[in-house]
Design a protein around this ligand. Sequence first.
Ligand code: PEP
Length: 253
Amino acid sequence: MDKIYIAGNWKMNMTFSAADDFFAQLADYLNNNGSKKVETLIFPPFTYLELATDTAEETSLSIGAQNVSDHNNGAYTGEISADILSSMNVEYCLVGHSERRQYFKEDNSLLNKKIKKLRNFFIKPVLCVGESLAEREAGKAHEVVIKQLEKCLEGIEIDDDLLIAYEPVWAIGTGRTATPQQAQEIHKMIREWIAEKYDLKTAENLPILYGGSVKPSNLAELMTQPDINGGLIGGASLDIESYVEMLNMASKI
Ligand code: PEP
């Protein structure tokens, strides 16, 4: 796979004017120096989706939401449906980020429903999986990730409409990154599991992103691993200079 995804997860950050400024600078970069090889993807808070999709219309930028309801439209105050996201031209959506699993108690069966809702509206789910530190130290990283995949993807056929992000919980927002070898080992296992459950072509075409304290200083080493197809990046995606630096680096890999 030639494409490299540089996906910024803004989480609950940025004011409206900071987001506006970021997108203006990003549009300028993409229109003048952007590379076709790099899939530039931002997951802003819901409130900035319109700003983001307006930028996407004029550039090669792609936009994702950070969450979706497992319900259809209706009386679910504060929630956002896949139908609403689709009406705003949102292309991707995170599902099962560890912060949602941990703080909002989202479990694998709920995530399975969310994936199904997104696919009804042709929005690509980015399914996040990953083990905690205790699970890694107990030698259970493989087992935990496989279980998450099995449960979240139950009854779901995939072709080119799903992405997976391996994000070891102990590396998210901690400054502690998995070594390229640790990340590659899990990515390879995920690809092998997909090949077994689906088929080889699906596995080969599946983008698997790595997330966990990715920044300009460690991006290249991680992204050159054979089974790593991009990064899901939190903190380092909030600053336009560091984000553009990573886009530039990815274009040269
Ligand atoms: C994330 O938001 O998914 C993430 C990996 O965050 P950070 O890069 O800050 O660790």
